[in-house]
Design a protein around this ligand. Structure first.
Ligand SMILES: *Cc1c(COP(=O)(O)O)cnc(C)c1O
Length: 370
């Protein structure tokens, strides 16, 4: 009786009839069977080949360490999960589903790597892309009309814009298009797109899910068994599979996801309040949840470049979602669109003490004003 209400095809066994909450799933899902002397954690299985006659056979088709991670992340998103060698390997495998010449709608401020793949596919005549402002729901809905796939990122990276996922998904489905949400920034703890009928959720598990800035990993989650089978077939064929050690590290990180996200978000909310008062900044962007803040330096790019050199705790580095606080002027990357302010610095707030983070940041910001 316990599992009937759950959309997860492989729910974590629960003795009560209530579905388990996210924090409990993060800790318990994807564990080995509880039999005497079994390890509590799924071990790292290093195997390129398996004894013939089973379901897996070869290391490109499956691995018990991936399966444990996929079970845990699938339970959190409320669907089935496939892991990939990186977030962009997952993105590429999903975009590969789009038919020859078909149209993809995507946010104009999508992750730069996703934009790069779309531009490359378009240049080679594989598909057409229509870029939209995701905050303009009416425009996105209109763009859905002749689309095969609607790609959403919410919040966007690094503009931190939010999309109306439920409304856009309903319109896209009406038009016969699939909807994908890149849920990297929100994580399944703050946003569960599959509950809004979204077809596919994509993750750069490199970021908050793994959470320690030491591994590259991607994932796709879905409730659609046919899509799952097609994507599994593409992964088997293309071979963008994760390493067993990376899968193990990501699962180890996932066990504390709720604690890290909670602390990072609490730190971010406190910092936003204080940053909004600082005269060196012309803008503080924060979607109201999560651990990412974008600030715009009033004096532009040069002030931003100075800021990232003046701190002790905050590390100037790309990427995000680790336990340590990092920040970066995004336009230092030539591929970042010109609609992102030149002086925008994206902050990835870690789990340190917020007073230490603020003291370090305020000292550097004060220096820019005096
Ligand atoms: C980093 C990132 C990706 C790409 O993931 P990798 O693991 O770096 O390949 C995709 N989407 C978003 C939103 C990201 O931040």
């Amino acid at each position: 009786m316990s599992s009937d209400a759950s959309p997860d095809p492989r729910p974590t066994p629960s003795r009560s009839s209530e579905p388990l909450r996210a924090s409990t799933l993060a800790v318990t899902a994807g564990r080995p069977a509880k039999v005497p002397d079994a390890p509590l954690n799924e071990p790292i299985t290093m195997a390129s080949t398996y004894v013939a006659g089973g379901d897996v056979e070869y290391g490109r088709y499956g691995n018990p360490t991936w399966s444990a991670l996929e079970e845990a992340l699938g339970a959190l998103e409320g669907g089935r999960c496939l892991t990939f060698a990186s977030g962009l390997a997952a993105v590429a495998t999903v975009l590969d589903l789009v038919g020859q010449g078909a149209k993809v709608v995507a946010p104009r401020h999508s992750y730069t790597g996703t934009m790069g793949q779309l531009a490359d596919l378009e240049a080679r005549g594989r598909l057409r892309t229509q870029l939209v402002d995701v905050t303009d729901t009416a425009a996105v809905v209109e763009a859905c009309a002749d689309a095969a796939l609607v790609w959403l990122e919410s919040p966007t990276n690094p503009a931190l814009e939010l999309a109306d996922i439920a409304t856009i998904t309903a319109a896209a489905h009406e038009a016969g298009a699939y909807v994908v949400v890149d849920n990297t920034f929100a994580t399944p703890l703050l946003q569960k797109p599959l509950e809004d009928e979204v077809d596919l959720v994509v993750h750069s598990a490199t970021k908050f899910l793994a959470g320690h800035s030491d591994v590259l990993m991607g994932a796709v989650c879905t409730r659609d068994d046919d899509l799952y089978a097609v994507l599994k077939g593409r992964r088997d064929l293309i071979g963008a599979v994760p390493g067993p050690f990376e899968a193990w590290l990501t699962l180890r990180g996932l066990r504390t996801l709720h604690l890290r996200v909670e602390r990072s978000q609490a730190n971010a909310q406190e910092l936003v309040t204080r940053l909004r008062e600082h005269p060196a900044l012309s803008e503080v962007r924060y979607p109201g949840f999560g651990g990412i803040i974008s600030i715009v330096l009033a004096e532009g790019a040069m002030a931003a470049d100075l800021l990232v050199r003046k701190t002790g705790l905050w590390v100037h580095a790309t990427s995000l979602g680790g336990v340590e606080s990092t920040f970066e002027r995004r336009r230092r990357w030539k591929v970042e669109p010109a609609t992102i302010p030149d002086g925008l610095v994206r902050l990835s707030v870690g789990v340190e003490d917020v007073e230490d983070l603020w003291a370090d940041l305020r000292r550097a910001l004060d220096d820019l004003v005096l």
